[in-house]
Design a protein around this ligand. Structure first.
Ligand code: SF4
Length: 341
């Protein structure tokens, strides 16, 4: 049996067949699922997917929604750039493609937030296009089975893997093959402790044979990330906290966050609320790692009194603590808010 045949056979018995985005040829529904599944496990995605599709059933309804509402439906899934790009892409489809999801792989690939592998996955599941995918799961399986050395983030290594993926593509049954690759990577050939005993590729797998599953795929080279630091103000007035909307570009773009300050917290409080702090307490610092730097966050909890507390700008609002924790906020801000609950 070929590589593809083994996977397809395995998938019949052991693959996932009843996920909410399976059994449809609607490219929009498949696209939403593929974006949500990036960096997120199936079990986490399912309830978000169902809620998202209930509210934004098609491209026009997503395109006509506000970014705020889209991000609120993304709240808790993390990696908000995915939600922002999905929204931008829906608007582009309305403008450039008359609201119809394009079929051409290059046009799909040109939409915000859709890389080559995601474009291929959508085309495979929606149109039965014969195209290889190369997501993180597939990179891991191929690197192990064929002992491809080198970090897959390096262009040459990635292009080797693309060639390998294209050469293994079966002539038919591409949908089952593609789903099988995804499922094997997610449920058997996991990043740590792959379950080789249950793997249909075990007899061919070099990494298993040579006991090198811990070394392959080669890890990203370690590098020191530059460090930055910031102070976030947790301004509390009774059961409300002050949130501000981040600019749409830059870190946490378009999300609600705690006001950030480089001034001393006391004068920042006065400036933001018109009141001096009633009390102030430094909370434990936390570190958030972005791709290009580490951010040390120093939260300061400030109680604000008075009855005439107003948010001084339209992009700032007082919000109930519970509601704030459910809003589209960055993960470290959620952690800080949860410390209040
Ligand atoms: S044999 Fe093990 S390491 Fe190789 S592909 Fe299967 S699960 Fe992954």
């Amino acid at each position: 049996m070929t590589f593809a045949e083994k996977l397809i056979e395995w998938h019949k018995k052991h693959g996932r067949h009843d996920l909410p985005w399976q059994g449809t040829r609607d490219p929009y529904a498949i696209w939403v699922s593929e974006i949500m599944l990036q960096q997120t496990q199936v079990a986490t995605v399912v309830p978000y997917y169902n809620r998202f599709m209930a509210r934004f059933a098609d491209i026009p309804s997503l395109a006509s929604a506000s970014e705020d509402e889209v991000l609120a439906h993304w709240a808790g899934l993390g990696y908000y750039a995915r939600g922002r790009n999905l929204h931008r892409a829906a608007r582009q489809i309305m403008e450039l493609h008359a609201g119809i999801f394009p079929r051409d792989l290059d046009l799909v690939n040109a939409l915000p937030g859709i890389g080559r592998s995601t474009a291929a996955a959508i085309a495979v599941f929606a149109y039965g296009t014969r195209a290889p995918i190369l997501d993180g799961n597939v990179k891991r399986v191929l690197s192990r089975v064929f002992a491809v050395e080198g970090w897959p983030g390096i262009r040459d290594i990635e292009s080797r893997l693309w060639k390998l993926a294209a050469s293994l593509l079966p002539g038919e049954n591409v949908e089952a093959y593609t789903q099988a690759q995804m499922d094997l990577g997610a449920t058997v050939c996991m990043r740590t402790r792959p379950d080789c005993k249950r793997c249909p590729l075990a007899p061919d797998c070099i990494a298993r044979r040579e006991n090198r599953t811990g070394e392959l795929p080669t890890a990203r080279p370690r590098r020191m990330l530059p460090q930055r630091s910031t102070t976030l103000l947790l301004l509390r007035h009774g059961q409300n906290v002050l949130l501000e909307k981040r600019p749409s570009t830059g870190i946490w773009g378009g999300l609600w966050s705690l006001p950030e300050t480089s001034a001393d917290p006391e004068s920042a409080c006065l400036q933001l609320t018109g009141h001096s702090p009633e009390s102030m307490q430094r909370l434990p610092a936390l570190t958030h790692v972005f791709t290009h730097f580490k951010l040390d966050i120093k939260p300061v909890l400030i109680a604000v009194g008075g009855t005439d507390i107003v948010a001084r700008e339209p992009v700032k609002v007082w919000m109930g603590i519970d509601e704030a924790a459910r809003a589209a906020i960055p993960k470290p801000v959620r952690t800080i808010l949860e410390s209040l609950c």
